[in-house]
Design a protein around this ligand. Structure first.
Ligand SMILES: C[S@@+](CC[C@H](N)C(=O)[O-])C[C@H]1O[C@@H](n2cnc3c(N)ncnc32)[C@H](O)[C@@H]1O
Length: 287
């Protein structure tokens, strides 16, 4: 029985970083909204990849074309796929040093700006595992600025999951790239599914977390996203989008081919835990 369980966990890769806007809690709602059948899967705001990993655990042969604007994040996917052994060695080194003196080591690593691929990626994963709330957030200069988190024994080297992620990403059917979301328009074909999970539009002036990269996601970006989504609709693609329950977003998607529904969400981004529960988000689709 224990062995059976072990096999299941190995074969089901999960996000290797905690990512703001991660979709693990909304997965069931999203799954209920996927089309029954579709061609290729495109996800141009990949983040931690919760949706892609979930889909792949059910359809391991699915063709995926996924991307994100954050070059550090995409480098992490590619390194896990191609150089896992060296990455694990480097993470084990971080783990050993962290357990000697967590605060001193954390701030020492946060200050570093490694140029080598393995060191860059292991720093990203190490900081993500040990920082406050597992957030990735950078300031305007692109410097990671999250303080140390309060963990007694963070799992810095989650070998089993990293191996599962590496294995699945080696499939020739998965293409990962670092690029802006617009590029999906050239790749997607009739019948494909495109899932857009952009940084959410703020619904209040204090809820504007948009700094995944050195650039914010502005209303201009949203307007360009609507144009891309409308063009994909004209091409005959299945388009699915999630966002905050923002009037601005709903107004942009007011054309009649868009169906908007609201779903219950329980987000962990608000620093005040009492404000984390019971709010609505929206799902927009054209099918
Ligand atoms: C809400 S998160 C996606 C979360 C993801 N669904 C998950 O489960 O982890 C939004 C992502 O969009 C990326 N992003 C922001 N602006 C972008 C742009 N113009 N083009 C492509 N990606 C962008 C960010 O780097 C971030 O990873």
């Amino acid at each position: 029985m224990a062995q059976e369980y072990r096999q299941i966990t190995i074969s089901e890769p999960k996000p290797f970083v905690k990512w703001v806007g991660g979709k693990r809690q909304l997965m069931q709602e999203l799954e209920n909204n996927f089309p029954k059948q579709f061609g290729k899967y495109h996800e141009p705001f990949l983040g931690g990849g919760a949706v892609m990993f979930n889909l792949l655990s059910k359809k391991p042969k699915l063709s995926c074309n996924v991307s994100d604007f954050n070059s550090d994040l995409i480098l992490a996917y590619v390194t896990i796929r191609d150089k896992l052994g060296k990455l694990i060695e480097s993470l084990e080194n971080h783990s050993k040093n962290y357990h000697n003196d967590s605060a001193e080591y954390y701030y020492y690593v946060r200050k570093q700006e490694p140029k080598q691929q393995i060191e860059k990626v292991s720093r990203l994963i190490f900081l993500n595992r040990t920082c406050f709330n597992g957030l990735y957030r950078v300031n305007k200069k692109g410097q990671f600025n999250v303080p140390l988190g309060r963990y007694t024994n963070p799992n810095i080297v989650n070998k089993e999951n990293l191996m599962a992620v590496s294995k699945i990403l080696q499939s020739e059917k998965i293409k990962i790239s670092c690029r802006g979301f617009e590029a999906v328009l050239d790749d997607a074909k009739k019948g494909d599914l495109i899932y857009f999970d952009p940084p959410y539009q703020p619904i209040s002036s204090t809820a504007n977390f948009t700094s995944y990269t050195h650039r914010d996601f502005t209303e201009d970006d949203l307007e360009r996203l609507v144009t891309v989504a409308n063009n994909l609709n004209s091409k005959g693609c299945h388009v699915l989008l999630s966002n905050s329950n923002s009037k601005v977003v709903k107004d942009y998607f007011s054309e009649k081919h868009w169906k908007i529904s609201s779903i219950n969400a329980n987000r962990a981004i608000n620093s005040n835990s009492k404000k984390r529960t019971g709010h609505k988000e929206i799902i927009i689709k054209n099918y």
